[in-house]
Design a protein around this ligand. Structure first.
Ligand SMILES: N#Cc1ccccc1Cn1ccc2ccc(-c3cc(N)[nH]n3)cc21
Length: 235
């Protein structure tokens, strides 16, 4: 299995040289590469973030560096790789999902920071490859790196040959809260994708209403049981 990680903290993943996964890398069972997102910026300050359209606290990760970084890994067309984006708005990471990741040939992990990555990055790559937003649990981390480390560990250990004794593999799961709304920053149009007009309106009430609607729509779509709707069948 090939694993690529895009992050502003590449050295965070040096720890993967240790322990079980370190041996799996040496044996060639796992090929893991961390890429610095700032290497795909072109300004003196290596800027990766900007203010959010629609206002609100914090900063949002700009789409352009992400486009260049992911393209450098998967090329500029369709790809069989799976793009995994850790997010509080993602589907729950479970043992079953770890098994699905373990069966992939090529995983690309996008580690966001700040208030998240401009929504259009996900929207763009969804036209070229499979994209999955995955939540480690219903709490908010400062970025994606911890979640990616957990996913790599959970999935990596399921790759045949990585864990000496397969009997030692175990099951687990978690739970709830409204999911995040999509975020956007400059430019207003990126690769033909526009920011939702309400976020450019300057009407804070409408922005707040739209964001809540997005949260409900996402939660109903991804975690219906959190709204008291019928939960999905187990499995
Ligand atoms: N997004 C967002 C966000 C929204 C509001 C406040 C803070 C953040 C921080 N953040 C930025 C990137 C990023 C990636 C994954 C998580 C994450 C995953 C789980 N399961 N919890 N938190 C958080 C992340």
């Amino acid at each position: 299995m090939r694993i690529d990680i895009v992050t502003i903290f590449p050295s965070f993943f040096d720890v993967l040289d240790l322990s079980l996964l370190g041996k799996a890398r040496e044996s060639g069972l796992l090929e893991v590469t961390a890429h610095d997102l700032r290497d795909f910026t072109h300004d003196r300050h290596r800027t990766v973030d900007d203010t959010p359209y629609g206002g609100g606290a914090g900063m949002v990760m700009k789409p352009e560096p992400w486009g260049e970084a992911v393209d450098s890994i998967v090329g500029d067309g369709a790809s069989d790789a799976l793009l995994v984006v850790p997010s509080p708005a993602g589907e729950p990471f479970t043992q079953a999902l770890a098994r699905e990741l373990a069966a992939e040939q090529h995983l690309v992990f996008a580690c966001g920071r700040y208030e998240g990555i401009d929504q259009r990055v996900v929207d763009h790559y969804a036209t070229r490859m499979r994209v999955r937003l995955i939540s480690l649990g219903d709490y908010v981390l400062n970025g994606g790196e911890v979640a990616v480390m957990a996913m790599i560990e959970a999935a990596g250990r399921l790759v045949p040959g990585v864990v000496g004794n397969p009997e030692s593999l175990i099951e687990e799961s978690h739970e709830n809260g409204l999911l995040e709304y999509p975020v956007y920053t400059k430019p207003a149009v990126w690769r033909g994708l526009e920011v939702p007009p309400v976020l450019l309106s300057g009407h804070h009430g409408k922005v707040a209403e739209w964001r809540h609607e997005q949260q409900v729509e996402r939660t109903r779509r991804v975690r219906p049981e959190l709204l008291g709707d019928e939960p999905h069948a187990a499995g």
